[in-house]
Write a protein that binds this ligand. Structure first.
Ligand code: NDP
Ligand code: A1CAB
Length: 227
């Protein structure tokens, strides 16, 4: 930990929210003992830059990011927000790192809890839809391998169509009057699926807000003579 600030331009904090008190005090001590000022990039859900900054020397730039797991295939969408000491140059550096695995957009920090609910957790919602479609396909008599390929292909193809297109128009184009899609969509609407989605994303947003309360800052900032 002590040598990290000398070796890195960007230090990524990627522990669980409940674990940041295990790593940030040591990082603070290492940074107090270093003249270099790497950017501290936190992907930790729900933990505000102000809380992270309380563990670090005040000049250390902190940037928060909310990436998502499509990062592993170069297709992430990541939102970033800057802390008090981060400059435009720091944001560009972070963007250059994150753009190597997908798209990056800037948001005000107070939107990151909502971002977490939408895109951070979002892949899990899509995977749940995949799981439920595969299950339903098998109930209709398709074998597992066929169901997997049909569902995976449908989700991949539909995602590719989305791009900048309007999902409402894309859906309308599939939905013939009084046809099969209309029959399915009516069942979804009757089950109040829109309200379920609103409730689910609100729960994720609220959990992100709640997590910010878990982490208590140290009683006093670490000082340079502690290393
Ligand atoms: N999973 C996701 O889709 C996303 C997660 N995030 C955020 O990323 C963070 C990590 O999540 P996730 O990857 O799912 O969780 P994991 O539990 O998979 O990763 C946590 C990592 O932290 C390491 N770690 C724990 N304690 C310490 C310590 N004291 N010193 C050094 N390393 C430590 C663990 O190492 P070891 O295993 O060796 O203990 C592990 O590699 C979370 O804050 C989450 O909010 C953000 C966006 C998306
Ligand atoms: O579930 C979580 O808390 C993390 C944050 C976003 C995705 N995974």
């Amino acid at each position: 930990m002590r040598n990290l600030p000398k070796e890195c331009d960007v230090l990524v904090v990627a522990v669980k929210p409940q674990q940041i008190e295990d790593v940030l005090p040591d990082l603070g001590v290492a940074l107090h003992g270093s003249t270099r000022r790497p950017v501290v990039l936190s992907v930790v859900a729900g933990v505000a830059t102000k809380r992270i900054e309380q563990f670090l020397p005040s000049v250390v730039p902190v940037v928060r990011a909310m990436p998502n797991t499509p990062m592993t295939v170069g297709a992430a969408v990541t939102a970033i927000a800057r802390g008090g000491a981060a400059t435009e140059r720091d944001l560009r550096l972070v963007e250059s790192v994150l753009e190597s695995v997908g798209e990056v957009l800037r948001v005000p920090e107070d939107q990151l809890d909502a971002v977490t609910a939408v895109s951070g957790s979002g892949p899990a919602y899509v995977f749940l839809v995949a799981e439920m479609m595969i299950d339903a396909a098998m109930k209709l008599g398709l074998d597992r391998a066929t169901a997997d390929r049909l569902v995976t292909g449908t989700l991949a193809g539909s995602s590719a169509m989305l791009g900048d297109a309007d999902p409402v128009q894309l859906r309308a184009a599939v939905t013939s009057p009084a046809g099969t899609t209309a029959a399915a969509l009516e069942v979804f609407e009757q089950s109040d699926i829109r309200q379920t989605f609103r409730g689910a994303l609100t729960a994720a947003r609220d959990r992100s807000l709640e997590l910010s309360g878990i982490v208590r800052p140290p009683l006093a900032p670490a000082s340079a003579d502690q290393h």
